[in-house]
Write a protein that binds this ligand. Structure first.
Ligand SMILES: [Zn+2]
Length: 318
């Protein structure tokens, strides 16, 4: 099975020793070398950016092979498409769509993707004594959904509240064994939501919610504030997140009602939902990408073709 690293090594032979091309290389091939080189140098195995580069490679292969080419150049790109497909297969292991569908999607323009919908079950957590103070939360959630839809419209993905569960559920009884602040997810010592609360919410969803909603829906919970140590305004908790007890059966999103970084706060929900839909906690190194960390994100909020194809492959887009 050819890997991108092997293809890269073979091309270095082509480029520097000129064994295969004898100085007669197709100039169009250079762009592929640049992408493969960039892939090789992605820092910290960053999934978001890797998928973006694979998307460019596969889309480029599709265009290249769609035109008349000399056989010896065509062979190089057929090999590259195979290598990129193998790499993608390894990256998306566990996602819903078979690799072959991702490959077909990456050969297309985004505008041809079949529109998909993401269904949210919405919750807000309050201390038992504050149960009435949920005014404004519905508006906040609806604004955040609207912001997400603005960003995702080009990706042909629409976020809506689960039609079977339109209303926001106010949760005061997170931990049946607790009382007062202990009963809420706000950690009694850290005075805010943190890993303690993520575990309590996991247990709550497992006990009260997951059996009653479609497994393709995403639970989203708004809480008054995060513990300062979390240094975030949104967080995604997934079955593989370490240090959360109990681990959730499926990913859920938590958003703080208190902004930490004002400029990106309105798009926090969109960012977290894409963590769920791409199946990755990684952050893009490109500050114009939606998946850059909140503190460096410019507000351009782009998604690459590769990321968009991942959204469409997720089991949470229906
Ligand atoms: Zn993030």
């Amino acid at each position: 099975m050819l890997t991108l690293a092997q293809w890269r090594r073979a091309r270095r032979v082509d480029l520097f020793a000129r064994v295969r091309f004898r100085g007669d290389s197709d100039p169009h091939l250079k762009a592929f070398d640049d992408h493969v080189e960039a892939y090789h140098h992605v820092v910290n195995a960053n999934y978001q950016d890797k998928v973006g580069i694979i998307g460019k490679i596969m889309n480029g292969c599709h265009s290249y092979l769609g035109a008349t080419r000399k056989d010896r150049y065509r062979d190089v790109i057929v090999d590259l498409r195979e290598a990129a497909g193998n790499e993608l297969g390894a990256l998306i292991l566990g996602q819903r769509a078979p690799n072959v569908r991702m490959e077909a999607a990456l050969g297309m323009r985004t505008g041809l993707f079949t529109p998909k919908t993401v269904l949210l079950n919405c919750f807000v957590v309050r201390r038992p004594s504050d149960a009435a103070s949920v005014a404004g939360v519905d508006t906040l959630i609806d604004e955040h959904i609207e912001n997400a839809n603005e960003i995702l419209s080009g990706a042909r993905v629409t976020i809506v509240r689960n039609p079977a569960r339109q209303a926001t559920t106010t949760v005061t009884q997170v931990d049946p064994k607790g009382s007062g602040d202990l009963n809420s997810i706000l950690h009694p010592k850290a005075t805010g939501f943190d890993d303690h609360g993520r575990g309590r919410m996991s247990a709550y969803f497992a006990r009260e919610v997951d059996h009653a909603v479609s497994p393709h829906t995403i639970n989203v919970v708004y809480v008054p504030n995060f513990a300062a140590a979390l240094a975030a305004q949104g967080v995604t908790t997934r079955p593989s997140t370490t240090g959360i007890s109990p681990a959730p059966a499926r990913p859920f999103v938590t958003v703080s009602e208190a902004p930490v970084h004002g400029p990106t706060y309105p798009t926090t929900l969109a960012h977290e939902l894409v963590h769920v839909l791409t199946g990755s906690p990684d952050h893009s190194g490109d500050s114009h990408n939606l998946m850059a960390e909140g503190a460096m994100r410019t507000g351009t909020n782009r998604l690459s073709l590769g990321q968009i194809a991942l959204l469409h492959a997720s089991r949470f887009t229906v």
